[in-house]
Every structure is written in C-alpha cells, then in structure tokens.
Design a protein around this ligand. Structure first.
Ligand SMILES: Cc1cc2nc3c(=O)[nH]c(=O)nc-3n(C[C@H](O)[C@H](O)[C@H](O)COP(=O)(O)OP(=O)(O)OC[C@H]3O[C@@H](n4cnc5c(N)ncnc54)[C@H](O)[C@@H]3O)c2cc1C
Length: 418
C-alpha cells in the first residue's frame, strides 16, 4: 500500500553521515526520516578498522585538515572540519562512556567493537525521534512546487515521502556487498550536478607478471617503507608499512598511495628509508672481508632477511651476493643500493571496489556550498559524506569527514525556519 508521509527532512543512506545528520536535525526539533535500501544500517562502520572502527584522527583538531584529503578541491573540507572536529566526536563518545584508544599517528579506535559507534548514533537518532525505513527502495526523487514552497517527493517500495529538505548520504562504491551503490551519483546528475569519475581508493594494487618474477614467494612480509608517486606539485609520499601478498602489494603504504595513483603512472618504494644504501655500500667497502649479503644485513638491519635473500638472488646481483664486499665494483653496489632505495613499479590495476575502503571522485564539490553542504544547483538538496568528491587518507579521516559534513548540513537545515 502506498501512503504519503511528510517530513521536514528525508535522508537517503543510513550510514555514518546519514545517521549523524538525522540525529542532529531531529534533536533540533524537525521531523526527519532516514531511508536505506539495506536491512542493516551502518554496515561500513561495523566492518571498519578491522571491526574496531577508526572513527577519527586527532590530526583533525580544528586546524586546516585539507592536506589529509584527496579531491579536485581539497580546501572544500576546511569549514566543516573546523566546525566539528575530532574532539567533538570523542566528546560524543565520552558522553556514552565508549572506551577507545590511540593506535598510530593520531588514529582513534574503539576498545571493544565498532558496534559501540553504531549504538551511539542510533541512540542519538532515538533522542531526535528519527523515523527509520530500512529495506526501502527509492524508485524516484523529484522536486515539485506547492502554492507556497518547493518540496521533494520520493516514491519508494514502502511509501511516498514528501519533504522540504532532501539529504543524500549514500556514500561511495567501496564494498557493494554491504550496500554500496552509485545511487547518489545518479541522483546528483538528475539535478544537474557533474560527477568526478569515481575510482577505487585505499585499495591493494596489482602488478603484471607478479608471480613470474617470484614476488608471490614474498607473501606475508610486512615492513616499514617510504612510498611515493607523482612529481612536482603532484608528488606525494608516505612512511607506512608495506605488505607483500600473493597477488600484489597491500598494507597502509599501498592503500595510501592508491588514492593518488593514476593508471599508467609508476610508484616508487624505498625499502630502506633509514639508509642511503648505495653510499653506505660504496663508502664502507674498503678492506672489508665479509660477503655482500652479510654487509647488507649489517647496513640494513630493518630489511627482512627473506626479502634480502630474494633481492640478492636476482640475476644482476646473484654473482656478487657471496663475493667479498671489498672486491665488488662500485657500479654493482650503486645499482644494488639504488634498487633498494628506489624500487620502481608500474601497477597494472587495483583490487577494485570490492576490496577498496573508499572511493575517489564523486559529486563535484564546486557545485556544493562548503558551509551548508547544500547544492548550488537545487535549493533544499544536500550532499554529505563520501558521495562527494572528498576522500580521506587512511586513519579515521573518512569517518571524520562523514561526521563533520553531516553536522554542517544538519545545522543549515535546522536554521532554515521555513
Ligand atoms: C572495509 C572498510 C573499512 C573502513 N575503515 C575505515 C576506518 O577505519 N576509518 C575511516 O575513517 N573510514 C573507514 N572506511 C571508510 C568509511 O566507512 C566511509 O568513508 C564512510 O562510511 C562514509 O560514510 P557515508 O555515510 O558517506 O557512507 P556509508 O557509511 O557508506 O553509508 C551509505 C549508506 O547509504 C546506503 N545506500 C547506498 N545506496 C543506496 C540506495 N540506492 N538507496 C538507499 N540507501 C542506499 C547504504 O546502504 C549505506 O547504509 C572503511 C571502509 C571500508 C569499506
């Protein structure tokens, strides 16, 4: 049966941003419905951070956080992140007695489980009297003009909804298995928005002939590296852990660089960032009686032995590996050192949306007001969270963007007295 329900605000997408926005609007005294096509809400929160949800990063402390975001307009995030920052979200968790800890580089995780964050958001929604509709399939959404005002009408499998404010919080394309769809992009296009081409981000990378080169035998090795890509103003670099896999490379270093990587471009990995290996090998070889492999183990103690043995077994180094260090020509040592300090690889692709943690691209933020998240194309229409062309670094930045953008949109809706 199809009956019309009227709310001040309808939010499509009951994920991180949608729940936060609904709670705030409801608590401001406005009627709000939260619609989601999935049976379960907040699924990405539940699977995030290895089940412990890295819900924010202390680096987003109210200062300019734009350096932690990938976008055609990274400065777009500045207002929202200064209005509602990491300490605001931890204060919310503190209010509910949720325990959490800092892991690495400002990243905050739940002590128990990501469910704690979902519970907080649900309780906040309950306080605001938010009306939920799960398994709600949106068939159409369009504006219509009443005698006095502009409204939106949504047709769904459950009911017809009418609202003054329509908030799109349908997220990105990562992990379709937990409900990700391109719905937000399609709807944005319908209202005249342009879309920055979406691509998998925070995702493992693959390489051609990986197994043929024997790299698959290194699977399981994890080590700190410096990874970089791009040049000039586009150059980016991260000091993070690298993980060798059977099918390619992963680990925080690769996930971070993947958000910047463009098909056809190389990435550079410094496997021994603490040392200039070529200089140390050439400069230290005089009168040395030890073999090259022993020398390398001494000079780069942080390099896993399995990796070093593999490296020296490559055709260009194998003859020298058991030679006396002092007898090896500088050209060979230079070449070896350079290969470790600047291993250059050409990714052939990524594991795609199925394995990604985020989506790069999305609704062009040039067409959105950074203070209110309201569309510049369609009055009363708002975008929040990952559906926009805003992608955070690994480390809690994406969730903080979801919270901050949601709070801005909610404040704008609440302030609209009509
Ligand atoms: C495996 C994994 C781990 C992650 N870990 C972290 C982490 O630890 N820290 C961090 O900061 N970020 C992490 N992220 C990223 C983070 O989950 C997202 O950036 C964040 O959830 C985005 O919030 P959102 O509200 O914009 O979208 P989502 O949380 O994705 O919510 C979108 C909602 O919209 C609904 N929806 C989609 N299409 C439709 C439709 N057609 N009709 C109705 N509803 C629809 C979905 O069902 C979903 O409920 C992780 C992501 C993944 C995939």
């Amino acid at each position: 049966m199809n009956s019309a329900h009227t709310f001040d605000t309808v939010i499509i997408g009951a994920g991180a941003a949608g729940m936060m926005c609904a709670a705030r609007i409801g608590q401001a005294g406005k009627s709000v419905a939260l619609l989601d096509h999935s049976a379960k809400i907040g699924e990405k929160i539940r699977i995030s951070g290895g089940g412990r949800c890295n819900f924010t990063n202390r680096n987003l402390n109210g200062h300019d956080g734009s350096q932690y975001f990938v976008s055609q307009q990274p400065r777009f995030v500045r207002h929202a992140l200064s209005r509602y920052h990491s300490a605001d979200f931890t204060a919310l968790l503190d209010g509910y007695g949720v325990p959490y800890h800092e892991k690495h580089k400002g990243q905050l995780f739940c002590d128990h489980s990501a469910q704690d964050v979902i519970d907080v958001l649900q309780r906040e929604c309950a306080k605001g009297g938010v009306v939920w509709h799960t398994e709600c399939l949106i068939e159409s959404a369009a504006p219509f003009q009443t005698a006095s005002a502009l409204r939106f009408e949504l047709h769904t499998n459950q009911a017809t909804f009418r609202c003054r404010h329509l908030v799109i919080a349908t997220g990105g394309l990562a992990v379709p298995a937990v409900g990700a769809t391109p719905f937000g992009y399609e709807l944005a296009k319908q209202f005249g928005h342009s879309i920055i081409s979406p691509a998998a981000a925070l995702v493992p990378l693959r390489f051609e002939h990986w197994a043929q080169h024997g790299y698959d035998t290194l699977a399981g090795i994890a080590m700190p590296v410096r990874i970089s890509s791009g040049s000039g103003k586009q150059a980016v670099s991260f000091d993070e852990d690298l993980l060798f896999r059977h099918k390619g490379l992963s680990g925080p270093a690769i996930l971070q660089i993947s958000s910047y990587w463009q098909p056809g471009a190389p990435i550079h990995i410094n496997l021994a960032p603490a040392a200039d290996v070529a200089a140390a090998l050439c400069g230290g070889k005089r009168n040395q009686k030890i073999q090259l492999n022993t020398a390398l183990k001494q000079l780069c103690p942080q390099l896993p032995e399995r990796l070093l043995d593999f490296w020296l077994a490559q055709p260009q180094f194998t003859a020298s590996a058991t030679q006396k260090w002092a007898d090896i020509p500088d050209a060979v040592l230079q070449n070896l050192g350079h290969s470790l300090n600047s291993w250059t690889l050409l990714p052939s692709g990524s594991d795609g949306h199925k394995k990604a943690e985020a989506t790069r691209g999305g609704v062009n933020v040039k067409e959105i007001n950074p203070k209110t998240m309201q569309s510049k194309q369609q009055s009363g229409l708002y975008f929040i969270g990952e559906v926009m062309d805003i992608t955070g670094w690994l480390g809690g930045y994406n969730f903080q963007w979801a919270w901050s953008s949601a709070v801005c949109a909610a404040a704008a809706v609440a302030a609209d007295g009509c």
